[in-house]
Structures are given as C-alpha cells and as structure tokens.
Ligand binder design. Structure first.
Ligand code: 13P
Ligand code: SF4
Length: 300
C-alpha cells in the first residue's frame, strides 16, 4: 500500500516539477520519500535554492511560511493545514508590540519557530543551529529573543550578552527533566548525551553536545562513540539510525513526541500534489519585512 502511494507521489513530483522537503522529525515513510531531509536552517536554504516550481513542505506551518517568505514565485504546499507549532503560537504580534514598547530599543532576535507576522517585526531570525552566531554577530550587548526561553538562556550562556527572553517553550523539549536524563545515563553509561537547545538549562548542562537536529546527525556520524542518548523529538532516531546503522540511539524520553510533526501522511502528500493544496502564501506587506529578517540570518 505504502509502496503504491510512494510510487504515485514520485511520479507526481516529476510531472509537476516539485520538490519534497521533510523535517528530521517526520515519520520514516515521509523521510524516505523526501528529496531532502534537514533541520529548519537547511530546509530554508534548500527552499531558497531550488529550481522546482512547487515545494511540498513536510513539517509544520512556520516552516512552509518561511519557504513562502523566501520564494514568493513558487507554490508552497503544506499537506496538512493543522500541522502547527505550539511554541510558535506562544507569541502574537500584539503581545510582541507591547513588549517592544516597554523596553529600550534593542535588536529583536526571532526563532524561526514563529509566524511570518512576528518575523516581520524582528531585527533578525535565528534557528537552533545558528542562534549563538546570530546574537554574536549583532552590534549590541543586549537583545530580546522570542519565543523560546530555553534557546534564549542557552544563547545568553554562550555569548555573554544580556538576553531578554520571551516566556515561550516547546511543550515536548521543555518537559524533559533531569531525573529522566540521569536514569538514561545510568542505564547507558557508555552513551553520549545529545540535547537540543529547546531543552531546559538544567538539561543542556548535562549534555555532551547541544545542537540542532542536523547538528546531532553530524555529531553522531563523526563521533568515535557508538551509543547515544537523544535529547530531542523521537522522530530524529529514525534519521540517526538510517545514517549510522552500526550505532545505537536511545531516546532520552519516549514522551518527546511532537504530534504536529506526525500529522502528514503519504496519502496527504499525494492529495496535496494532485490538487495543489493547501497553498501557504504570505501577504507581501508581511513577507517583505519578514524576508529582511530571514535574509540577514542567511547571510551570517
Ligand atoms: P531544528 O531546526 O533543530 O531541526 O529544530 C526544529 C524544531 O522544531 C525543534 O523542535
Ligand atoms: Fe514546535 Fe516543539 Fe514540535 Fe518543534 S517539536 S515543531 S518546537 S512543538
């Protein structure tokens, strides 16, 4: 059944000059059918750089929006319109406007896990892969970071700058607690612990490396170690095992399961390509200022 649908999808991709991009958390069958898998930064770079006329974004809404910001001439499809990011929803333009008014004039550094409208109000964007570099690049000793308080704390610790934070968080990364990590470390004493910067500071302090999802793939591939505890959404385990069949990966917690990242199915992708739905398009008055913030990040 999956084989049939996969074959149909690949035919549609060729006929329509499309490209399927999938985030590293997507289910195995979607990672397998994608033209490229990656973290948020890699997928944005690829979207900006392809000749395809249609991009099918297998991830969540803010990722498809970022592609639309970068390539307004392309048709960007998100096969499930209800695939969102709860953290991105924790900052609204109204609340951010209030916050900006209440503070001295400092750069606003916005995590890509945010709406296009919030990006449009920002000085520059960042991802989990480049947040430290982005903040270091700014000619300011004080910044406001939205919406992830944990990424802000991690960035503050690695730049020495004063980082004002927004009180947002990823419900799945934020729930990983030190006892759970300690138990995993006891159970797998030889394993290295990789943590995503969306985890709480107590957790990142326990990690051998703190990095993006693709950063974990690179680290595990290059490491001499052959056993790892994975402190991020469990979908990454499939990508890690596929790239490193001789190595072993343990989830830090089975509860790190992002339901939004698992909504899209192969049948949704087939329907999306057939009907060219659902298109994600950012209005020009938002896209232009949002593009400025995204482009500044990509230039770093
Ligand atoms: P990455 O950019 O590291 O892949 O992370 C995206 C994300 O949503 C993490 O929860
Ligand atoms: Fe958003 Fe967390 Fe899901 Fe990433 S894992 S898409 S931050 S809810």
């Amino acid at each position: 059944m999956n084989r049939d649908v996969s074959d149909k999808i690949r035919i549609l991709v060729r006929q329509k000059n499309a490209l399927i991009l999938a985030h590293n958390y997507q289910p195995p069958e979607i990672q397998d059918i994608a033209d490229m898998c990656g973290d948020s930064l890699e997928l944005s770079i690829k979207a900006a750089d392809t000749d395809a006329e249609i991009i099918v974004f297998c991830g969540v809404h803010f990722m498809a929006e970022t592609a639309s910001i970068l390539c307004p001439e392309k048709t960007i499809l998100l096969p499930r319109t209800d695939a969102g990011c709860p953290m991105a929803d924790m900052v609204t333009t109204e609340a951010l406007e209030e916050k900006i008014k209440s503070m001295p004039e400092i750069p606003v550094v916005t995590y890509v896990n945010s709406s296009a409208a919030v990006k449009a109000m920002s000085t520059i964007c960042c991802t989990s892969a480049n947040a430290v570099k982005v903040v270091q690049s700014l000619d300011a000793n004080e910044v406001l970071m939205v919406p992830d308080r944990n990424l802000a704390a991690y960035t503050a610790g690695h730049t020495g700058k004063k980082v004002h934070f927004w009180d947002g968080f990823c419900p799945y990364h934020d729930r990983l607690d030190p006892d759970t990590v300690s138990r995993a470390k006891k159970r797998y004493p030889e394993a290295l612990f990789m943590a995503h910067p969306e985890c709480r500071p107590e957790i990142t302090a326990m990690a051998d490396i703190v990095t993006s999802t693709s950063g974990m793939l690179e680290y595990a591939g290059k490491s001499e170690s052959d056993e790892f505890i994975v402190g991020t959404e469990t979908g990454l385990i499939y990508a890690l095992e596929k790239a490193n069949p001789a190595k072993t990966f343990h989830p830090a917690s089975e509860h790190m399961y992002c339901q939004d990242m698992k909504k899209i199915t192969l049948a949704d992708i087939e329907a999306s390509l057939k009907n060219l739905s659902a298109e994600v398009r950012v209005a020009e008055e938002i896209r232009i200022p949002a593009l400025s913030a995204v482009k500044k990040m990509l230039l770093i």
